[in-house]
Design a protein around this ligand. Structure first.
Ligand code: SF4
Length: 94
């Protein structure tokens, strides 16, 4: 099965901000929540959605966006492999 490589990211809000660290990168275009890693905000342990915003917004570079997406696919692949292994054990889901 081929992965969907055409993920769209909204801009000018947390989703397009370089400080946004989404919980689920692969679903980050549908109201995904995450953390804000801005140096002056991180101490507040904010939970922000991709559609939030603030005046400290800074554009995410294309390379960072691609890195996050690649990490998301890698994490998803690892999770899938683990699930396949677990499904082979008869009592895994009891
Ligand atoms: S809260 Fe502000 S700094 Fe933090 S991710 Fe959202 S736009 Fe960026």
């Amino acid at each position: 099965m081929e992965n969907n490589k055409n993920i769209s990211w909204q801009t000018d809000n947390c989703l397009g901000c370089k400080y946004f660290v989404p919980n689920d990168v692969l679903n980050a275009d549908i109201l995904e929540r995450g953390k804000c890693a801005h140096p002056s905000l991180v101490k507040f342990n904010l939970v922000v959605s991709g559609r939030d915003w603030c005046n400290l917004f800074a554009n995410m570079s294309e390379s960072r966006r691609q890195k996050l997406i690649d990490e998301g696919f890698k994490k998803d692949d690892e999770q899938q492999k683990k699930l396949i292994e677990e499904s082979k054990k008869a009592d895994s889901f009891d």
